[in-house]
Design a protein around this ligand. Structure first.
Ligand code: NAG
Ligand code: NAG
Ligand code: NAG
Length: 541
């Protein structure tokens, strides 16, 4: 079995047998993919299709629960998913064409869903959540089998992508057999709501598009220097003073809605509260938190990173992160730790004293580590796990095992991956996937060509790469251009993180991506064009 388990739960036993039979199908997928009709994105692990076609009628087709399924109509996550996917498949066409007459041949009347284990309907997705599924499309009843609801969600997406309209407008699907599971468990998109506020509606759109591309983590870089839109219950002054305005704020209810909208799509929300740098906006609403910078002997009036030498800093952070740990259900909190500017710390006489007493000399990396260590301990004391940007690893003498390191600096990133994994830390890769850097032409090809495991290291080291993220920083992005700048460029990263490593053919990817982009357009996502051409349903935009 070539599939990479990466130390995370492997393809479950039930599916393993099928998957073993399908080893050749991994290769066959390349052949099937060459067929003009197959437009799956991201490409599943194994796909077998036949020339036998089934027809579907919007009036007669439905999603149902198999009698042996551990989930049933009381699983609202699935009920809502059935509604959504019915609309993605038929909704738009029904509006325009009425229900097309069924052509001769076998009808597909139902997709019967079966969840094999405890379904996890009412829980939050986790890094270890099982997203595998098998999809058997044959008439008159097709079946979708998964261990958990998360696999059902991924399988419904695949099923919807298999259906097309034939020459006469009839909904059609080829008989097929798909066995699928992701290559990496952490497949993320980073959005930045500090540099520009993003409306809840635009975040929902992003989550929709993420589900179409089988992404499962929204890394919410929620605050930064320019603004603090997160409304804290414990410290309401932070957003009162630190947001752009009282309407550029995420209330506790907004945050809950985002978390639930994401959950229903099998997407985790990982919040980032970046410190000690990138915190200018925190200082507006929280007195005596930032370091006063000095000009010679006198305070200059400017402030630098969070002040790491006052006890009040840590009592504030401890209360703050306690709140964050209850508001956000995910196991992980991203603590940032990037780009700390040492000049202000160096100018401050109190900090100079502290450095002398601690024996840090002039090495401000030691002060940075000292700060991060306290905050990391705080997070583990409230039973959460931490993700940090790579500087925290680069500048630290020691770091708690299990701290996840996000590699973002593009120069020498494969060497950084080697170093981090050699030290035994898990890695999230985003260095080659900074989508805020724009250029002329089809840059998706560049993202697509990356392999997250192409660094020097042992098999053990490679298993520490838990996935990657496409990052869209917000200096030049707000709700007007968020969607077209993300999609379909991020789709390239989506396939790289989901599909088998050998799915790399650019020509076939181009063909499928072009169709996938039109599919996103049809579903209300303003994805930009891949290249010259047209879609059948541009009037939707
Ligand atoms: C689907 O069936 C049609 C009609 O038999 C055939 O031409 C096409 O190649 C099939 N597509 C795939 C992906 O197998
Ligand atoms: C800050 O906390 C440390 C460790 O708990 C303690 O030794 C020190 O006296 C405290 N300083 C102030 C000013 O409260
Ligand atoms: C963290 O987990 C431990 C062990 O499960 C438990 O005893 C403790 O109360 C938890 N602490 C918090 C803050 O949830």
């Amino acid at each position: 079995m070539e599939h990479r388990g990466l130390g995370w739960p492997r393809l479950p036993r039930l599916l393993e047998l099928l998957a073993a039979l399908a080893v050749q199908a991994v290769r066959a997928s390349a052949i099937a993919a060459a067929s003009p009709d197959l437009s799956l994105w991201p490409m599943p692990l194994s796909v077998q299709t036949t020339p036998r076609v089934l027809h579907l009628s919007p009036d007669n087709f439905f999603f149902g629960h198999s009698s042996t399924s551990k989930a049933g109509p009381s699983c609202s996550l699935l009920q809502e998913a059935f509604r959504r996917y019915y609309d993605y498949i038929f909704g738009f066409y029904k509006w325009h064409h009425g229900s097309a007459d069924l052509r001769v041949g076998v009808e597909l009347q139902q997709l019967q869903v079966s969840v094999v284990l405890e379904p996890e309907c009412d829980t939050f997705p986790k890094i270890s959540s099982d997203e595998s599924y098998t999809l058997l499309v044959k008439g008159p009843v097709a079946s979708l089998t998964a261990n958990r609801v998360w696999g059902v969600l991924r399988g419904l997406e695949t099923f919807s992508q298999l259906i097309y309209q034939d020459f006469y407008g009839t909904f059609t699907v080829n008989e097929s057999n798909i066995v699928d599971s992701p290559r990496f468990p952490h497949r993320g998109i980073l959005i930045d709501t500090s540099r520009h506020f993003l409306s809840i509606k635009s975040i929902f759109k992003t989550l929709d598009a993420m589900a179409f591309n089988k992404f499962n983590v929204l890394h919410w870089h929620i605050v930064d220097d320019p603004s603090f839109p997160y409304q804290s219950i414990t410290f309401p002054g932070l957003s009162e003073k630190g947001s752009y305005s009282s309407s550029h704020v995420y209330t506790p209810n907004d945050v809950r809605m985002v978390i639930e909208y994401a959950r229903l799509r099998g997407i985790r929300i990982v919040p980032e509260f970046d410190s000690p740098g990138h915190t200018q906006s925190w200082g507006e609403g929280q007195k005596d938190l930032l370091t006063p910078c000095y000009n010679g002997k006198d305070p200059s009036g400017a402030f630098g990173p969070i002040n790491p030498i006052w006890n009040t800093t840590y009592s504030f952070l401890s209360k703050f992160f306690k709140e964050i740990s209850t508001v956000f259900p995910d196991e992980f909190i991203h603590l940032g730790g990037d780009e700390v500017d040492f000049d202000c710390w160096a100018s401050n006489p109190e900090i100079q004293d502290f450095m002398r007493n601690k024996g840090f000399g002039r090495n401000f990396k030691k002060l940075e580590s000292f700060y991060m260590q306290v905050v990391l301990d705080m997070i583990s004391a409230i039973n959460k796990s931490s993700i940090v940007w790579q500087e925290v690893f680069d500048d630290a003498s020691k770091l708690m095992p299990g701290t996840v390191i996000q590699v973002w600096k593009v120069e020498d990133y494969t060497r950084e991956q080697s170093k981090v994994t050699e030290a035994g830390f898990p890695v999230i890769l985003s260095a080659p996937w900074y989508l805020d850097w724009i250029s002329y032409g089809q840059d998706w090809k560049k993202y697509y060509a990356v392999d997250p495991l192409s660094f020097e290291g042992s098999q053990e080291q490679k298993k520490l790469v838990i996935g990657g993220e496409a990052c869209l920083w917000g200096e030049y992005v707000d709700a007007t251009n968020l969607t077209p700048r993300l999609w379909p460029r991020a789709s390239a990263v989506g396939e790289r993180l989901w599909s088998h490593k050998d799915v790399r053919g650019l020509e076939d990817a181009y063909r499928r991506l072009t169709i996938h982009r039109c599919r996103m357009l049809r579903r209300g996502i303003a994805a930009e064009p891949v290249f010259t051409g047209y879609c059948d349903h541009e009037d939707r935009m």
